[in-house]
Design a protein around this ligand. Structure first.
Ligand code: CA
Length: 232
Protein backbone atom coordinates (compact mmCIF):
# COMPACT_ATOMS: atom_id res chain seq x y z
CA UNK A 1 0.00 0.00 0.00
CA UNK A 2 1.36 3.41 -0.96
CA UNK A 3 1.10 5.84 1.91
CA UNK A 4 2.36 8.82 -0.04
CA UNK A 5 0.51 12.03 0.76
CA UNK A 6 -0.98 13.95 -2.13
CA UNK A 7 -2.36 17.47 -1.93
CA UNK A 8 -5.08 18.23 -4.49
CA UNK A 9 -5.56 21.95 -5.15
CA UNK A 10 -8.70 22.31 -7.24
CA UNK A 11 -11.81 24.49 -7.00
CA UNK A 12 -13.87 22.57 -9.57
CA UNK A 13 -16.00 20.15 -7.60
CA UNK A 14 -16.39 17.54 -10.34
CA UNK A 15 -12.67 17.39 -11.16
CA UNK A 16 -11.88 17.32 -7.46
CA UNK A 17 -14.23 14.38 -6.87
CA UNK A 18 -12.76 12.49 -9.80
CA UNK A 19 -9.21 12.96 -8.51
CA UNK A 20 -9.97 12.16 -4.89
CA UNK A 21 -11.95 9.03 -5.76
CA UNK A 22 -9.12 7.83 -7.99
CA UNK A 23 -6.49 8.43 -5.32
CA UNK A 24 -8.63 6.69 -2.76
CA UNK A 25 -9.01 3.61 -4.97
CA UNK A 26 -5.22 3.59 -5.47
CA UNK A 27 -4.71 3.73 -1.69
CA UNK A 28 -2.98 7.09 -1.65
CA UNK A 29 -3.52 9.47 1.24
CA UNK A 30 -4.79 12.80 0.08
CA UNK A 31 -6.00 16.18 1.22
CA UNK A 32 -8.00 18.76 -0.73
CA UNK A 33 -7.58 22.55 -0.84
CA UNK A 34 -10.13 24.57 -2.79
CA UNK A 35 -8.29 27.87 -2.89
CA UNK A 36 -4.76 29.25 -2.95
CA UNK A 37 -4.63 30.43 0.65
CA UNK A 38 -5.56 26.99 1.99
CA UNK A 39 -3.18 25.33 -0.46
CA UNK A 40 -0.19 27.26 0.89
CA UNK A 41 -1.21 26.52 4.49
CA UNK A 42 -1.64 22.84 3.66
CA UNK A 43 1.78 22.60 2.00
CA UNK A 44 3.27 23.86 5.26
CA UNK A 45 1.15 21.83 7.69
CA UNK A 46 0.18 18.63 5.81
CA UNK A 47 3.67 18.29 4.20
CA UNK A 48 2.49 16.48 1.07
CA UNK A 49 4.88 14.35 -1.01
CA UNK A 50 3.35 15.69 -4.22
CA UNK A 51 0.98 18.56 -5.05
CA UNK A 52 -1.50 18.39 -7.94
CA UNK A 53 -2.30 22.01 -8.76
CA UNK A 54 -4.99 23.75 -10.77
CA UNK A 55 -3.91 27.20 -12.03
CA UNK A 56 -7.28 28.97 -12.11
CA UNK A 57 -8.25 29.33 -8.45
CA UNK A 58 -10.79 31.77 -6.98
CA UNK A 59 -8.34 33.80 -4.87
CA UNK A 60 -4.96 33.33 -6.51
CA UNK A 61 -3.17 32.25 -9.65
CA UNK A 62 -1.64 28.79 -9.30
CA UNK A 63 1.68 30.06 -10.67
CA UNK A 64 1.96 32.41 -7.65
CA UNK A 65 1.41 29.44 -5.36
CA UNK A 66 4.30 27.62 -7.05
CA UNK A 67 6.58 30.64 -6.58
CA UNK A 68 5.61 30.99 -2.92
CA UNK A 69 6.04 27.35 -1.86
CA UNK A 70 9.27 26.90 -3.86
CA UNK A 71 10.87 29.14 -1.23
CA UNK A 72 10.90 26.26 1.22
CA UNK A 73 9.96 22.98 -0.49
CA UNK A 74 11.25 20.81 -3.32
CA UNK A 75 8.19 18.57 -3.44
CA UNK A 76 7.10 17.71 -7.00
CA UNK A 77 4.29 19.90 -8.35
CA UNK A 78 2.09 18.58 -11.15
CA UNK A 79 0.02 21.31 -12.77
CA UNK A 80 -3.35 20.22 -14.14
CA UNK A 81 -4.80 23.12 -16.06
CA UNK A 82 -7.20 24.07 -18.83
CA UNK A 83 -4.57 26.52 -20.12
CA UNK A 84 -2.93 24.76 -23.02
CA UNK A 85 -0.64 27.39 -24.57
CA UNK A 86 3.11 26.76 -24.61
CA UNK A 87 3.63 30.06 -22.80
CA UNK A 88 1.46 28.94 -19.88
CA UNK A 89 3.44 25.74 -19.59
CA UNK A 90 6.75 27.59 -19.76
CA UNK A 91 5.61 30.06 -17.10
CA UNK A 92 4.53 27.30 -14.71
CA UNK A 93 7.69 25.23 -15.33
CA UNK A 94 9.90 28.31 -14.92
CA UNK A 95 8.17 29.07 -11.63
CA UNK A 96 9.16 25.60 -10.44
CA UNK A 97 6.46 23.14 -11.50
CA UNK A 98 7.72 19.68 -12.42
CA UNK A 99 5.09 18.55 -14.83
CA UNK A 100 2.10 19.90 -16.74
CA UNK A 101 -1.10 18.13 -17.71
CA UNK A 102 -3.76 19.82 -19.84
CA UNK A 103 -7.47 19.41 -19.09
CA UNK A 104 -9.31 17.34 -20.08
CA UNK A 105 -6.88 14.65 -18.95
CA UNK A 106 -7.13 10.91 -18.59
CA UNK A 107 -6.97 9.40 -15.13
CA UNK A 108 -4.41 6.86 -16.34
CA UNK A 109 -2.15 9.68 -17.47
CA UNK A 110 -2.50 11.54 -14.18
CA UNK A 111 -1.63 8.37 -12.26
CA UNK A 112 1.38 7.73 -14.50
CA UNK A 113 2.68 11.27 -13.91
CA UNK A 114 2.07 10.84 -10.21
CA UNK A 115 4.13 7.65 -10.15
CA UNK A 116 6.99 9.46 -11.92
CA UNK A 117 6.82 12.29 -9.36
CA UNK A 118 6.83 9.84 -6.45
CA UNK A 119 9.80 7.99 -7.95
CA UNK A 120 11.65 11.29 -7.94
CA UNK A 121 10.77 11.83 -4.28
CA UNK A 122 12.21 8.42 -3.42
CA UNK A 123 15.23 9.02 -5.64
CA UNK A 124 15.91 12.39 -3.95
CA UNK A 125 15.65 10.83 -0.52
CA UNK A 126 18.05 8.05 -1.42
CA UNK A 127 20.46 10.51 -3.00
CA UNK A 128 20.30 12.70 0.06
CA UNK A 129 21.34 9.86 2.31
CA UNK A 130 24.13 8.80 -0.04
CA UNK A 131 27.45 10.49 -0.61
CA UNK A 132 26.50 13.66 -2.49
CA UNK A 133 30.03 14.20 -3.82
CA UNK A 134 29.29 12.17 -6.92
CA UNK A 135 26.45 11.47 -9.32
CA UNK A 136 25.79 8.21 -11.09
CA UNK A 137 23.17 7.68 -13.80
CA UNK A 138 23.54 4.63 -16.02
CA UNK A 139 27.09 4.74 -17.39
CA UNK A 140 27.40 8.45 -16.67
CA UNK A 141 29.29 9.54 -13.57
CA UNK A 142 30.14 12.99 -12.29
CA UNK A 143 32.78 13.37 -9.61
CA UNK A 144 31.87 16.78 -8.21
CA UNK A 145 34.90 17.09 -5.96
CA UNK A 146 37.34 16.48 -8.82
CA UNK A 147 35.15 18.17 -11.45
CA UNK A 148 35.48 15.14 -13.71
CA UNK A 149 32.95 13.33 -15.85
CA UNK A 150 33.16 9.66 -16.78
CA UNK A 151 31.28 7.58 -19.29
CA UNK A 152 31.53 3.86 -18.66
CA UNK A 153 34.64 4.47 -16.55
CA UNK A 154 36.36 6.54 -19.23
CA UNK A 155 36.98 10.22 -18.53
CA UNK A 156 35.40 12.65 -20.97
CA UNK A 157 36.58 16.22 -21.34
CA UNK A 158 34.00 18.96 -21.10
CA UNK A 159 34.38 22.72 -21.39
CA UNK A 160 33.43 24.68 -18.23
CA UNK A 161 30.06 25.64 -19.78
CA UNK A 162 29.30 22.06 -20.80
CA UNK A 163 30.23 20.87 -17.31
CA UNK A 164 27.92 23.41 -15.62
CA UNK A 165 25.14 22.50 -18.03
CA UNK A 166 25.55 18.80 -17.31
CA UNK A 167 25.64 19.35 -13.52
CA UNK A 168 22.45 21.43 -13.69
CA UNK A 169 20.63 18.73 -15.66
CA UNK A 170 22.01 16.02 -13.34
CA UNK A 171 20.92 17.90 -10.22
CA UNK A 172 17.41 18.02 -11.66
CA UNK A 173 17.26 14.53 -13.12
CA UNK A 174 13.76 13.65 -14.29
CA UNK A 175 12.62 17.29 -14.39
CA UNK A 176 12.05 19.37 -17.51
CA UNK A 177 14.21 22.50 -17.29
CA UNK A 178 13.08 25.41 -19.45
CA UNK A 179 15.46 27.29 -21.78
CA UNK A 180 15.18 30.43 -19.64
CA UNK A 181 15.89 28.57 -16.44
CA UNK A 182 18.99 26.90 -17.90
CA UNK A 183 20.31 30.15 -19.37
CA UNK A 184 19.81 31.90 -16.04
CA UNK A 185 21.42 29.15 -13.98
CA UNK A 186 24.38 28.40 -16.24
CA UNK A 187 25.20 31.83 -17.66
CA UNK A 188 23.77 33.94 -14.87
CA UNK A 189 21.35 36.05 -16.85
CA UNK A 190 18.59 35.96 -19.37
CA UNK A 191 19.60 39.20 -21.07
CA UNK A 192 20.41 38.40 -24.69
CA UNK A 193 19.22 34.97 -23.73
CA UNK A 194 19.39 33.08 -26.85
CA UNK A 195 18.08 29.58 -27.13
CA UNK A 196 20.05 29.12 -30.36
CA UNK A 197 23.41 29.24 -28.55
CA UNK A 198 22.01 26.98 -25.84
CA UNK A 199 21.12 24.51 -28.58
CA UNK A 200 24.73 24.63 -29.83
CA UNK A 201 26.15 23.95 -26.34
CA UNK A 202 23.65 21.16 -25.88
CA UNK A 203 24.65 19.59 -29.21
CA UNK A 204 28.37 19.52 -28.31
CA UNK A 205 27.62 18.17 -24.84
CA UNK A 206 25.45 15.45 -26.32
CA UNK A 207 28.13 14.46 -28.80
CA UNK A 208 30.36 13.75 -25.82
CA UNK A 209 27.96 11.87 -23.58
CA UNK A 210 25.55 10.17 -25.95
CA UNK A 211 27.16 7.02 -27.33
CA UNK A 212 24.52 6.45 -29.97
CA UNK A 213 23.78 9.65 -31.88
CA UNK A 214 20.53 8.22 -33.24
CA UNK A 215 19.03 7.38 -29.87
CA UNK A 216 18.75 9.72 -26.90
CA UNK A 217 19.87 8.13 -23.67
CA UNK A 218 20.51 11.01 -21.29
CA UNK A 219 19.34 14.40 -22.50
CA UNK A 220 15.83 14.59 -23.87
CA UNK A 221 14.55 17.60 -25.83
CA UNK A 222 11.11 19.04 -25.08
CA UNK A 223 10.45 21.10 -28.19
CA UNK A 224 9.61 24.73 -27.43
CA UNK A 225 10.09 24.16 -23.70
CA UNK A 226 13.49 22.82 -22.66
CA UNK A 227 15.53 19.75 -21.73
CA UNK A 228 15.42 16.88 -19.29
CA UNK A 229 17.96 14.42 -17.92
CA UNK A 230 16.49 10.92 -18.09
CA UNK A 231 16.87 8.72 -15.02
CA UNK A 232 18.34 5.26 -15.65
CA1 CA B 1 -10.17 26.10 -11.56
Amino acid sequence: MDKSKILIVEDDKAVCNLMSTTLEVQNYQYHVAKNGKNAIMDVASYCPDVMILDLGLPDMDGVDIIRKVRGWTNMPIIVVSARSEDMDKVEALDAGADDYLTKPFSIEELLARLRVALRRVRFDREKFSEDASSYQNGELKIDYAAGCVFLDGEEIHLTPSEYRLLCLLAKNTGKVLTHNYILKEVWGNTINSDTQSLRVFMATLRKKIERDSTKVKYIQTHIGVGYRMIQH
